[in-house]
Every structure is written in C-alpha cells, then in structure tokens.
Design a protein around this ligand. Structure first.
Ligand SMILES: CC(C)(COP(=O)(O)OP(=O)(O)OC[C@H]1O[C@@H](n2cnc3c(N)ncnc32)[C@H](O)[C@@H]1OP(=O)(O)O)[C@@H](O)C(=O)NCCC(=O)NCCS
Length: 158
C-alpha cells in the first residue's frame, strides 16, 4: 500500500512566486467552456486578493498543488477559485483547503463559508454538497454562465 501523497496548507502572504500560484490556478481551470474568468487574471489580481482577504495554498515541497482565495463578505467568508492541480486531484487537496478556510472563517468570526458553483458543473455541485455545503440561491452576471450559491455554517470558535 502506498503512503498518501504529502502536502501542506498555509497562508501565502509573500509577494514572491505569485506567478507560480497563478500558473497552477490557470492549469486547474483550463478547459472550462465558456472559459473561467480566472484565465484572464494576473499576478496583480492575486496580490489584490492578498490585500483584501486570504490566499491559502497547498504545497508539495515548494511546488504549488492547490489554492483557494478567501474574502470576508457580509457575515461570511467567501471562497473563490478553489483549485487542485490536475495531477493532484482526488488526493484530498481541496478538502484540506476547505478545512483551512473554515479555520480562517472561525478566526475572523465569520458565520458561514460561501461560494458559487457554475450551473453547468453538476460534479462540482455534488462535490460541495458532500463537503457539507447547502444551496442558498442562484444568479447570473450579464453575459456569464448562471451559478448556484452555496453555504456551510461555521460554529463559533471553540
Ligand atoms: C473541484 C476540485 C477543486 C476538487 O479538488 P480535489 O483536491 O480533487 O478534491 P478532494 O481530493 O478534496 O476530493 C474529495 C472527494 O471528492 C471527490 N471529488 C473531487 N472532485 C469531484 C467532482 N468534480 N465530482 C465528484 N466528485 C469529486 C473525490 O473523489 C473525493 O472523494 P472521496 O473523498 O470519496 O475520495 C478540483 O477537481 C479542481 O480543481 N477542479 C477544477 C477547478 C474547479 O472546478 N474548482 C471549483 C470551482 S467552484
């Protein structure tokens, strides 16, 4: 039996290597049709996410194998662009990122984690339902793919 692949989760606050994080995120979201808006994002967008929220990364050694962007929104912590590098799928990377986001949410006193899922990706909807998220609504930005909003309640910090 092989040992589980090792990775660590941390908050990325450095302005170094944002290009490497961006390349991993772009690889994770490649092939979406219509394309994800993240494909047009730049290092400056990740830097803005660091200033306005929290960038969590998963690393194997120094390589980035996953990430999620978290930002306070109302009384929740909103998660965007949850990504696992293609070679690391189904290794628990996203699950570990969600657990870390939950810790961050509790730390800032957020009542829930929130996110959006493309209506055209039922696999993702199923994934987040299994991860304890419930559907809270739906919406559509002009010219964009409709989405479903989901949330997972956070208990207060113990
Ligand atoms: C969705 C995504 C982040 C999941 O990452 P991951 O690290 O592979 O997920 P995990 O390893 O934590 O998965 C945990 C479980 O969900 C399953 N799973 C993962 N993605 C799934 C999917 N799309 N559909 C159904 N099941 C899925 C895994 O098999 C695993 O099941 P298990 O616990 O029974 O073994 C990853 O597939 C990804 O980067 N996709 C492209 C970007 C994207 O769509 N992001 C979400 C935007 S809303």
């Amino acid at each position: 039996m092989s040992a589980p692949a090792a990775f660590t989760i941390s908050r990325w606050t450095s302005t170094d290597r944002l290009d490497d994080i961006l390349a991993m995120v772009h690889a994770a979201f490649a092939g979406f049709g219509p394309p994800s808006g993240v494909i047009n994002e730049t290092v400056a967008d990740i830097a803005a996410r660091q200033r306005n929220g929290i960038v969590l990364v998963a690393q194997s050694g120094s390589a980035f194998v996953g990430s999620v962007f978290c930002a306070p929104k109302g009384d929740g912590l909103d998660l965007t662009r949850l990504a696992a590098a293609p070679a690391w799928r189904k290794s628990g990377v996203a699950r570990a990122l969600l657990a870390a986001a939950e810790d961050e949410g509790r730390r800032i006193g957020a009542k829930r984690l929130t996110l959006r899922v493309r209506i055209t990706l039922p696999g993702n909807l199923a994934y987040f339902k299994r991860a304890g998220f419930v559907v809270t609504g739906e919406g559509q930005d002009p010219g964009r793919t409709p989405y479903i909003t989901m949330a997972r309640a956070l208990d207060p910090a113990a």
